[in-house]
Write a protein that binds this ligand. Sequence first.
Ligand SMILES: NC(=O)c1ccc[n+]([C@@H]2O[C@H](COP(=O)([O-])OP(=O)(O)OC[C@H]3O[C@@H](n4cnc5c(N)ncnc54)[C@H](OP(=O)(O)O)[C@@H]3O)[C@@H](O)[C@H]2O)c1
Length: 236
Amino acid sequence: MTAQKIALVTGANRGIGLAISQKLAEQDMHVIMTARDKNLLQQECDTLKSAGYSVEGHVLDVTGYEQANALIAQLIAKHQRIDVLINNAGIAVDQWVPGSDVSMDVVKQTMETNCFASLNLIQQVLPHMKTTGYGRIVNMSTELASLEGMQMGMTLAYRASKAALNCITKIFSIELADYADIKINAAAPGWVKTNLGGDDAELTPEQGADTPVWLATLGSDGPSGDFYRERKVYPW
Ligand SMILES: NC(=O)c1ccc[n+]([C@@H]2O[C@H](COP(=O)([O-])OP(=O)(O)OC[C@H]3O[C@@H](n4cnc5c(N)ncnc54)[C@H](OP(=O)(O)O)[C@@H]3O)[C@@H](O)[C@H]2O)c1
């Protein structure tokens, strides 16, 4: 019998992260759900637990590295491994703000949350994935970060943070060339109806979760080091 897979999802108390958590739990994974808002996290965790899913919740601000690193150590001690990391937590504070008007505080906060915090979590889980020889890392990106597809200005902090995250995805995939069953990819969920995406968005969180969940459950012959939207390669 193969051991139950252990997945860690950031930003799991609402939106796409919550939908990803449920979908992974539906595939018999044990899902560690994390976010900052304790009450909402507890509520969503309890709902999934009472529906029979295997989940646990932990308050985590991903930008607090000491807290994040202590949590990873605690989770490894408890579960012996983390098989799947979904770097989903994200903010988009400067939506439709011109680059010349965005404050450095917003740029730094956005880079910290969307990019540096994801890098930190990758660095924390990778040694354990290398020990087991198995891992799936999914970095939540956006088509707005595609350099090839870039045709409009605005939203500089958000888009630059995700373009940097794309770059991090590619670099790690190259460094992981000797680990065939550790895969790292970036996912663009589409325009999704959430707090971040707004009410006019076209997709449900469940639809937005499809590509990241697909990447999190790739078989051993699956791809690594690419950017996907609707399960198809999207230009960097
Ligand atoms: N919605 C879209 O159309 C769309 C499009 C492209 C990409 N994306 C990406 O998809 C991901 C999820 O977005 P969403 O639309 O589901 O947004 P959302 O509904 O606003 O959810 C964002 C999640 O991130 C968490 N979060 C924010 N800052 C955090 C921090 N410092 N530490 C830990 N958790 C934090 C939030 O929980 P707490 O506030 O409780 O911490 C929440 O769970 C993001 O990376 C976003 O960039 C979304």
